[in-house]
Design a protein around this ligand. Sequence first.
Ligand code: NDP
Ligand code: 8X3
Length: 251
Amino acid sequence: MKKLALITGATSGIGRSTAILFALQGIELVLCGRRKDRLDGLQAELGKETRIHTLNFDVREKDEVFEAIASLPDDFSKIDILVNNAGNAHGLDPIDKGDPADWDAMIDINVKGLLYVSKAIIPGMVERRSGHIINIGSTAAKEVYPKGNVYCASKHAVDALTTGMRIDLNPYGIRVGAVHPGAVETEFSNVRFKGDDDRADSVYEGFEPLVADDIAQVIHFVVTRPTHVNIADLVVTPTAQATATIWNKES
Ligand code: NDP
Ligand code: 8X3
């Protein structure tokens, strides 16, 4: 029986690579993001491989999230796998210099957005007594680094919510786990540094970063374990990254 996965943040980076890999493996897909042109492009590209439905919404907008997910046609409504991936860092500043608009964005997208999407999907999983939720955390969910303050807090919240979901959904046989990447070269730093692409590129200089497909492969491994196996927590870093602050970089 084919599985159906809903992936948030499918328009770029880790979410996009996961969508491609899942499609190639025959997993049916509901792909979400704000950039409709990219969702349309993915649908055209991957529609040959699997059945695809796209949903265009901003995870910050609670009503939009619930309306979008409620609009799913019957044959796309029973989500087996939820990949809560949409998220980003906004800014990299010491706490006294941080911009509250950046703080709002990170809490609203990374934490509240993940909650809204989960709230829209989980009741169906509970009813069906089955489902698998993978939250994309970060090494920033495990450690706090200089100037990472609010981003790290948002990802620590994702870590805590993953455990909370696993506990509360345990009676229903729903699997819940998190994948926590280290540095992955995606649009992440372009967003964090607000379009300063030279600064974004410099983040990945002097070492070999992860690419989005590295994490997509891990997510695919997680969702293809037998139903009695739940991978609760995985931290995946580039070999050159020992911790959030210890790197083996060429100088
Ligand atoms: P990208 O910037 O490449 O992708 C982010 C995705 O999130 C995009 O598809 C974007 O879609 C979506 N998104 C962002 N804001 C919203 C919003 N308000 N509503 C709906 N969708 C949104 O980054 P990554 O692929 O690297 O990031 C994916 C996840 O991985 C994030 O949770 C990030 O925190 C995490 N992560 C990334 C790491 C890295 O080094 N790259 C390391 C550790 C964790 P659109 O703009 O079209 O809405
Ligand atoms: C993204 C990686 O190191 O910028 O979560 O926090 S990092």
